[in-house]
Design a protein around this ligand. Structure first.
Ligand code: ADP
Length: 470
């Protein structure tokens, strides 16, 4: 393969530059013998005429050939789409068309005779790309590549470059035709199209994601609505079961109360000696019958109350209630039991200014239950302390004892009906575990609540929370 040493200093290149002339329009034109440029394109320099072959003897044929060459040259020169350059075998530029001027900024006058290497980037030059391109074109008859090329202002542009070796009729190498297509616009367009496609696919992906989420959401809504329907069904079932339970309790209670009252009545008759005098043992038995009868009546009344409250059948007469008044009333009522247990009772911060909006009788019932529990579950010598306060729109009343306390894992249970901590169910004289359930239901029905804090062997604090009167 032929090796090239590139440069403009060769004779043909220099002469080519010298043969340029300026036309009337101020533009440079190639002067001299057109035939000399045979085989080249664009503004052809006479210097390209390697070999200087003589024209055919047939003048007419020669003239036609020249006209054809003229036309081709003009056509190429004005083919503004492409930069078309001819170089001699040593790569000195022989012709430079308008497309080349436009793409590179170099005029023909500047470039004719110059080495083609001026169009290569420093990096390509360092890699000996110019010589390699021409060698490849020679070896396969055609070389095509996409590469960066230099502009006059030092910027670079991306181009498709086609190099074709050109030969004289005697097959001697005449030079190379180089076609350079500026791909910057095409590249930009492709990039824009690519980015547009990216945006579209991102939008499609976003839309697909939104649709997926919408579907998920709609599934979720369906699930929730199915759950709501199921909950509704269960609520209706529970309401109906509750009504049945209340009806059952009402009927049963009535059925139980009648004979219990009879038992109580006859026991009283016996106790009063109306059926004759009783021995001390008999009197003790009758008292126990009477005590059990009273306990059962109390239990039945509690059950009735509970079911009535839960069914919303208990009327509330709401009014302003001075909390310290109710506390005083309840402590007065319970004073004998407190005294009997040797308990110390005190009231702290419970001023008359603490006024709740509630049903007074129900508040009394709750406090009575709390106080009797405190008395019941606090050993002799213990302390009972009442505190109350009004904060914001709430009134809080706490009774604290130093009794046996309640284990943490049972705290939530004690408000459930029939739950008793630390003792069996069969102690008729000590209630049935309904007091707190009733009390909390009553508190909640008045817009309040009943809560507890407790620690075993330390004591318990029950707090009644109620709406505050304005
Ligand atoms: P009862 O007192 O009739 O058993 P309650 O509903 O009033 O029913 O109380 C439920 C349970 O809560 C009681 O059995 C007891 O274990 C516990 N309890 C309530 N008050 C106290 C208290 N002040 N100290 C310790 N335990 C208490």
């Amino acid at each position: 393969m032929a090796r090239f040493s590139l440069g403009s200093s060769d004779e043909t290149g220099v002469r080519a530059a010298e043969r340029h002339v300026r036309g009337q329009d101020g533009r440079e034109r190639v002067g001299g013998n057109r035939e000399a440029g045979r085989g080249f394109v664009g503004r052809v320099s006479k210097g390209a005429a390697h070999g200087g072959r003589h024209a055919s003897n047939n003048r007419e044929r020669t003239a036609r050939t020249r006209r054809a060459q003229d036309l081709v040259c003009q056509f190429i020169e004005h083919l503004a789409e492409l930069a078309i350059i001819a170089v001699d075998p040593r790569a000195a530029i022989l012709s430079w068309n308008q497309g080349a001027e436009r793409d590179t900024g170099f005029t023909a006058a500047e470039m004719i005779g110059e080495p083609m290497t001026r169009l290569y980037t420093p990096q390509d030059l360092a890699n000996n790309a110019p010589a390699r391109d021409l060698e490849q074109a020679m070896s396969v008859g055609h070389f095509e590549t996409a590469a960066w090329r230099m502009r006059k202002d030092g910027s670079q542009y991306w181009a498709r470059v086609v190099v074709t070796p050109l030969y004289e009729q005697d097959h001697a190498l005449a030079g190379f035709g180089v076609v350079v297509q500026d791909l910057t616009t095409q590249r930009d367009m492709e990039r824009q199209q690519y980015e547009h496609a990216l945006q579209l696919s991102a939008r499609d992906a976003a839309r697909a994601e939104a649709e997926r989420r919408a579907n998920d959401l709609s599934d979720l809504v369906q699930q929730i609505s199915a759950q709501a329907t199921e909950l509704d069904r269960r609520r209706i079932e529970a309401d109906s079961a509750n009504r049945t339970k209340s009806d059952f309790l009402a009927v049963m209670s009535h059925e139980l109360l009648t004979p219990l009252n009879a038992i109580g009545g006859y026991a009283s008759l016996l106790a009063m000696g109306l059926r004759g005098p009783l021995t001390p043992e008999q009197r003790g038995d009758v008292d126990r019958i009477r005590g059990s009868q009273l306990h059962l009546i109390g239990l039945i009344n509690d059950l009735l109350n509970l079911s009535r409250i839960e069914a919303g059948h208990v009327p509330f007469s709401v009014d302003d209630v001075v909390v310290s008044d109710v506390v005083r009333e309840v402590t007065d009522t319970m004073a004998p039991q407190v005294l009997a247990r040797h308990l110390v009772e005190e009231r702290v911060e419970c001023t008359d200014g603490v006024v709740a909006r509630a049903d007074r009788a129900k508040v009394e019932q709750i406090l009575l239950n709390l106080l009797s529990n405190a008395v019941k579950y606090t050993p002799p010598g213990g302390h009972l302390t009442w505190t109350c306060s009004a904060v914001g729109d709430r009134v809080r009343l706490t009774i604290r004892d130093t009794g046996r306390g309640i284990p943490a894992d049972r705290l939530a249970d004690i408000f459930e009906p029939f739950v008793q901590v630390g003792r069996g169910f069969a102690r008729p004289d000590e209630g049935a575990g309904l007091g707190l359930a009733i009390s909390r239901d009553l508190a909640r029905a008045m817009g309040g609540d009943l809560t507890v804090e407790s620690a075993p062997s330390v004591g318990s604090a029950f707090t009644l929370d109620l709406p505050r009167a304005r």
